[in-house]
Design a protein. Structure first.
Length: 299
């Protein structure tokens, strides 16, 4: 997706002073010399303040796994063209892919102001805000996306996820059921539905959906989390521990499994394990709060 969004025609601006450099970069790329193409594009960007060169340079850097360099190129392009939809969209996509929700939210907030009727930008802003821990504003953005383009499974799934985070499980369940009615085989939506059901005390349905999600994606973190929650409720603590450890390994940034693990270890009489999991839970919550503070401060 990033490559598609960042693709810029080097043929653009052939009558400008940068045209010979853009042509040379295109020829270097056609010859398979990506390093030389990047050097030429960097030269064009430095000499002519070329947004086109910076965007194409970011595409090559991203394709070569140089995420930090790609973001630096895009931020330079944003400084030159702060109201460019193409630049802002590229920044947002790369930031989301590299788990920089604060950067993504900044770009997407600008995009939703500029393109208020574009559902995709509201959806992506909701995802960025949810990742940064701002569940209230994420819900608002996702509701806006749903109003603009009703019935998109991705929007409904994200809405279910953020409502789970807000402990609004009945509303989350309703959104996730709608999502699965439209697109029934998406493991994240099935697992999120299982989490809502488990939190509502519907453990039989929760386990069934968790296992279905794991059949589609054996590494689905929320499905393992739900299975651990159900096993904890059943008093099968060793099985709960094993499931929750898999959940934590699959999504090490989430604090949810750590909190459940602290309960399981306490039931098992493992005081050190309970304290370790609780400390991890608190650390991850603090990291989310720091990201949220950073996002609010940057506004």
């Amino acid at each position: 997706m990033i490559a598609l969004i960042l693709t810029i025609a080097l043929a653009a601006g052939q009558s400008s002073p940068q045209a010979p450099l853009l042509t040379a970069a295109r020829e270097a790329l056609a010859a398979g010399n990506r390093a030389e193409a990047k050097r030429i594009l960097k030269d064009a960007a430095d000499r002519f303040k070329s947004v086109s060169a910076l965007l194409h340079l970011a595409r090559l850097q991203s394709g070569d796994g140089e995420a930090a360099a790609a973001m630096a190129s895009l931020q330079a392009a944003r400084a030159l063209a702060p109201n460019s939809e193409e630049v802002l969209s590229a920044v947002a996509q790369l930031a989301l892919a590299s788990r920089q929700p604060v950067v993504a939210a900044s770009a997407l907030e600008a995009l939703t102001r500029m393109c208020a009727d574009t559902a995709q930008y509201h959806y992506l802003l909701g995802v960025a805000l949810m990742t940064a821990g701002d569940s209230v504003r994420a819900t608002e953005s996702l509701h806006a996306a749903e109003r603009l383009e009703p019935g998109r499974p991705l929007t409904l799934t994200a809405l279910g996820l953020v409502l789970n985070n807000r402990k609004q499980y009945a509303d989350a369940k309703a959104a996730l059921i709608r999502s699965l009615e439209i697109d029934p085989d998406k493991a994240p939506a099935i697992a999120a539905l299982a989490e809502a059901e488990a939190s509502l005390g519907e453990t039989v349905a929760a386990e069934q959906h968790a296992r279905r999600a794991m059949q589609i994606d054996p590494a689905e973190a929320t499905a393992h989390l739900v299975l651990g929650m159900v096993r904890l409720t059943d008093g099968r603590y060793e099985e709960a521990r094993d499931a929750l450890l898999k959940a934590s390994a699959a999504d090490p940034r989430s604090p949810k499994a750590d909190y459940q693990l602290s309960l399981v270890y306490a039931r098992l009489g493992d005081t050190a394990g309970a304290e370790r999991s609780l400390a991890s839970y608190r650390r991850k919550l603090a990291e989310m709060n720091d990201a949220l503070t950073a996002m609010r401060t940057a506004k």
